[in-house]
Design a protein around this ligand. Structure first.
Ligand code: ADP
Ligand code: ASP
Ligand code: MG
Length: 411
């Protein structure tokens, strides 16, 4: 008998009919003799709808109250799902984050899981129930409701799989697995059979929302093999595994993009020790993540500092920076929300040169201006104007022959 954690995303539970179908699928697994813990998202679009309503109430919605609101989306699907299982003659129980006791820190709207208690879940599993857990939410040790950040149900699923030492963690979604590029904007994209945790971490952090980044980090840390697959077919999906399990590495495994960032430039910054800290300390104290940072100094002169933050943090950051520039004596702060970050990822890059320059050449051929560049061992990212996103993804996909096998040639 195996213990399986199965997570179904918003589109998989987007209507009552879909919920009933997913319940049937889960019951088939249970009838094969497995214990099943199901993690559900809210119905597709629901979290966005709730966020929209919040924005009607308050310019920058209160973070604690946002969590109170957002956590309701998942409560709806888990209750309906448990009813669907019971309606099919079997037994189930739905549990909210605080009923499981998924304990998080108090960083509202992007809380981190600190601990998961497993007693309640085990008791229900042993009684033969399908346990249906609300994704994306937790509770602080003081009893405050929290949420884990967008896409956070993936994190709930992996964290539960790790805590329960589950035999498998399956992430069911609306595509057949992890693709070489977002299949919704690149028709040539191919399903990847196996990918390393590190590549998936990069893809996820750079915009491939098929898996939420923290879920991949947890899976890597606790060695939880992830199987990303389709709710709507029986086909094998993509396995996210340790590097040792993959025989041959692609030069470039995937191309990804993110429209979630905004670019901010502070001009006329005095070139003195301590200035960068005065700019970035208040931002990090507010729990805002800064991604790329560029600063070019010419000795003794004023400089510009450009960096990116999530668009959801843009207004708050701009507001904070008004104070900062007065404080440090900088000239002005400017922002641009219509940018995209385009990235290529592959462990094959470790041993092969020329990948970044090919990327830049493709951009040049398409007449796309590169505003910022950043690289790491297995990725290259460029900031470009948002309107060129699709064009850039498709051009890079064909330039790196991702629709075919692009294994590096033997040297
Ligand atoms: P769920 O609601 O099941 O969590 P998401 O919408 O969060 O699903 O993630 C699935 C979506 O991720 C797909 O519909 C696809 O558009 C998008 N996506 C982006 N990049 C990729 C990729 N490289 N491979 C697969 N899907 C991707
Ligand atoms: N419902 C949440 C969201 O839309 C969490 C999730 O779907 O994973 O972000
Ligand atoms: Mg998701």
């Amino acid at each position: 008998m195996a213990l399986i954690v199965q997570k179904f995303g918003g589109t998989s539970v987007g209507s009552t009919d879909k919920i009933k179908n997913v319940a049937k699928r889960v019951l088939r697994h249970q009838q094969q003799g497995h214990q099943v813990v199901v993690v559900l998202s809210a119905m597709s679009g629901q979290t966005d709808t709730l966020l929209g309503m919040a924005a009607e109430m308050q310019h920058l919605p209160d973070l604690r109250e946002s969590d109170m609101l957002l956590a309701t989306g998942e409560q709806v699907t888990i209750a309906l799902f448990a009813m669907a299982i019971k309606g099919a003659g079997s037994n189930a129980v739905s549990l909210l984050g605080d009923q499981v006791r998924i304990i998080t820190d108090a960083m509202h709207t992007k809380a981190r899981i600190k601990e998961i208690e497993t007693d309640v879940i085990r008791k229900h599993l042993d009684a033969g129930r399908v346990v249906v857990v609300a994704g994306f939410q937790g509770v602080t040790s003081e009893g405050e409701i929290t949420t884990l950040g967008r896409g956070g149900s993936d994190t709930t699923a992996v964290a539960l799989a790790a805590a329960l030492k589950a035999d498998a963690c399956e992430i069911y979604t609306d595509v057949e697995g992890v693709y070489t590029a977002d299949p919704n904007i690149c028709a040539q994209a191919r399903k990847i059979d196996m990918i390393t945790y590190d590549e998936m971490l990069e893809l996820a952090s750079l915009g491939a929302k098929v898996l939420e980044i923290r879920s991949v980090g947890l899976a890597k840390r606790y060695k939880v093999p992830l199987h990303v697959r389709s709710t709507f077919s029986e086909n094998e999906g993509t396995w996210v595994v340790e590097e040792e399990r993959i025989m041959e590495s692609m030069l470039v495994s995937g191309i990804t993009y993110s429209r979630k960032e905004a670019r901010i430039t502070i001009t006329g910054v005095p070139d003195q020790p301590g200035v960068a800290s005065k700019i970035f300390q208040p931002i990090s104290d507010a729990g805002i993540l800064v991604d790329m940072i560029i600063q070019n100094t010419r000795e003794g002169q004023l400089t510009d500092i450009t960096f990116t933050v999530l668009r959801t943090d843009y207004a708050r950051t701009m507001e904070m920076l008004q104070k900062t520039i007065a404080n440090i004596g900088a000239e002005s702060v400017k922002g641009d929300e219509s940018i995209a970050k385009l990235s290529i990822v592959g462990v094959g890059m470790r041993n092969h040169s020329g990948i970044a320059s090919t990327m830049f050449q493709v951009m040049a051929n398409e007449g796309i201006n590169i505003m910022m560049i950043s690289t790491s061992e297995i990725k290259v990212s460029c900031i470009i104007a948002e309107k060129y996103t699709e064009l850039a993804v498709r051009s890079l996909h064909s330039a790196f022959a991702l629709d075919k096998n692009n294994l590096p040639e033997e040297e």
